[in-house]
Design a protein around this ligand. Structure first.
Ligand SMILES: [Zn+2]
Length: 50
């Protein structure tokens, strides 16, 4: 597999594409955010809205 063939997703928080990483391998199907920072932001936002 070439590096450019890595799967990518769009982060739900910052809307930027991010590529598969080895550390995400186990949870790739569930990954929605490009980083822990975005995941935290999403959680904070939900907490504020609720
Ligand atoms: Zn993000």
């Amino acid at each position: 597999m070439k590096k450019s063939d890595l799967p990518t997703k769009i982060c739900l928080v910052c809307a930027r594409p991010f590529a598969w990483r080895r550390k995400l391998a186990k949870v790739w199907d569930e990954v929605k955010y490009c980083s822990d920072a975005c995941r935290m932001r999403k959680k904070q936002r939900e907490a504020t809205q609720a």
